[in-house]
Design a protein around this ligand. Sequence first.
Ligand SMILES: [Fe+2]
Ligand SMILES: [Fe+2]
Length: 285
Amino acid sequence: MKPGTAAHRELFCRTFIDTHDPYEPERLPWPVLDGLHLERLRSFPLWSYARSIEQRAGRMVTTFAQTLDDPLIREAVALQGVEETRHGRLMSHVLERYGIDAPALPAADPPVRREDFLVFGFGECTDSFVGFGAFALARQKQLFPESLLSIFDNVLWEEARHIAFFINWWHYEEARAGRDGLLQRAYGSVKYHLRAIVGTAQGDAGNPLPNIESAQIKAIVDGITPVMFLETALAENRRHMARLDPRLIKPRLMPALATAALIGLRMLPPLPAKDAQPEARRIAA
Ligand SMILES: [Fe+2]
Ligand SMILES: [Fe+2]
């Protein structure tokens, strides 16, 4: 499929529109949680941040859609705005249903120039990849019942659709503008990823970074090595992307960086096991 063609536009827009699931967050089969799971959910420190990010994304993407001339692309981006707004509603519903105390953050609206949408879209590529890994590890560790995890799995599937749509839209736009050289695109991709990462790391008045030093987070990440995280994130990314039409372009930078990091980490000599050290010393003596 040649990027920039009418057939490409039809494919990435129609795939996105046709895979939209018209559910209402309030009507999903939310499970009743026992004391342990409830406490775990309530002590998770990211709720205010996550809800605020989704609500802002909903407003930003919806407003950006209104600036687009192409009716099919406008319809698809508007639908993404609907889904982001629904993610915000879903977060609010979780907080209310499970009695989670998460104060609303000040909701400053971000600007919605094309440039801002690009930073947002590449930022979603990074955030989703990290989210895929974190979610899959939470599932492996059985931190919550599967009935709850499957609802959030669907949210991440929607994010996978968003980033695949976004990357195809960007390739389409770049090709139509005559900027479809490999190096040019790689430079643009790295530049926007970095801008998004710097923006997230700095936080802002409306979205200060959450405190992730809590005991709950430490308990979750305890025993997880960088290799485990990268392998899991890559596998989860493959699982989501395999659900999409194989002719679509898939986000490549984060999987490539993760693969490179994984190769590097595997080349490092293994750390001596803590328990084995005294024994080894005894033998050497
Ligand atoms: Fe979202
Ligand atoms: Fe999204």
